[in-house]
Design a binder for this molecule. Structure first.
Ligand SMILES: Nc1ncnc2c1ncn2[C@@H]1O[C@H](COP(=O)(O)OP(=O)(O)OP(=O)(O)O)[C@@H](O)[C@H]1O
Ligand SMILES: [Mg+2]
Length: 292
């Protein structure tokens, strides 16, 4: 198969792993920088270019590795690839939904997937009353876009929640407000979904000082086996968002697993290292099954 690996750099761990596994399994694979791709819309067929090269129908399948700083452009390129009949492990709508935590949460509850109780509001006056709609006295406040834990705050009281949210709103930084799942204990679970399976899972634990389990914040990782319920929720989350390959993050609460985010470009280094599973190989196998 001819595989289009959309990535800004061939030296990134995940890009390298995917390139090597695709080659090893006998495919033609090429790393193409999506920031240098363009689309030409028109009849009878719209075109996709890399620089001046017409790549409209050359590739059978795409692996989009679109970074957060190029979301809009990346989505346009992936969307055109899909419209021209190519298979992609992450649909453009799936990338869009998973990039914004509010869009993700709205889509998940609609599909009966459990999430922490979440409030989104812009009105400072109403906020004071609406905070009472969430359970508990502590609140999690998050920017809508992911930040490796840096945009996630814990407010220890209603008063501090209000001051944090008011500051964010004055900076025109929209946030979502969640019930604090205390019993998750600074731990979360990353399930790596490929097709209709969870191929690897790990637990991330904070360093003991923090409510956040992000590795970028000093957290550690451990290979784990998911419960059947966690497995089923992770697969359903990826599928309903429009992602055949995704990293699904959950926290364990007293009422069962709750999904907190989905990642369409989940990194391979941490989880392959923690689990010793060849996830890149599983992703290429998925393309062999589903590619055109
Ligand atoms: N509602 C919650 N209750 C308790 N802990 C939470 C809650 N939401 C998030 N956390 C903790 O904070 C960490 C960071 O939150 P989240 O994953 O939503 O944002 P992020 O890591 O900044 O986003 P991204 O992973 O996209 O960079 C989670 O891994 C989890 O440990
Ligand atoms: Mg996270």
């Amino acid at each position: 198969m001819k595989i289009l690996l959309l990535s800004t750099s061939g030296s990134l761990y995940s890009t390298k792993r995917l390139f090597n596994e695709a080659s090893r399994r006998g495919h033609y694979v090429r790393i193409v920088d999506h920031t240098q791709c363009s689309v030409l819309l028109g009849q009878p067929q719209s075109k996709l270019f890399f620089g001046t090269e017409d790549i409209t129908t050359f590739f059978d399948a795409a692996i989009p590795r679109i970074g957060a700083s190029h979301t809009e452009h990346g989505i346009a390129i992936v969307n055109q690839f899909e419209k021209n009949g190519g298979y992609t492990i992450a649909s453009s709508i799936g990338i869009l939904r998973s990039r914004n935590k509010l869009l993700t949460m709205q889509h998940l509850v609609e599909n009966n997937i459990p999430i922490p109780k979440t409030l989104y509001t812009q009105d400072d006056e109403l906020l004071k009353e609406q905070l009472d709609l969430l359970d508990g006295e502590q609140y999690i406040i998050k920017f809508l876009e992911g930040t490796h834990g840096l945009g996630v705050m814990l407010a220890e009281s209603k008063k501090s929640a209000i001051s944090i949210i008011e500051s964010m709103q004055s900076l025109r930084k929209p946030v979502l407000i969640q019930e604090f799942i205390k019993e998750s204990n600074g731990e979360d679970i990353r399930a790596y979904v490929v097709g209709n399976k969870v191929v690897a899972a790990m637990k991330r634990s904070s360093n003991g000082q923090d409510f956040r389990s992000n590795v970028h914040r000093g957290g550690s990782t451990l290979k784990i086996d998911l419960t059947p319920q966690e497995t089923q929720i992770a697969i359903k989350t990826a599928q309903c968002l429009g992602l055949d390959v995704a990293g699904i993050d959950m926290i364990r609460s007293s009422r069962g697993p709750l999904v907190i985010e989905a990642n369409s470009t989940a990194g391979l280094e941490g989880i392959e290292g923690a689990t010793k599973i060849n996830i890149a190989g599983e992703i290429i196998k998925q393309i062999e099954i589903a590619g055109r």
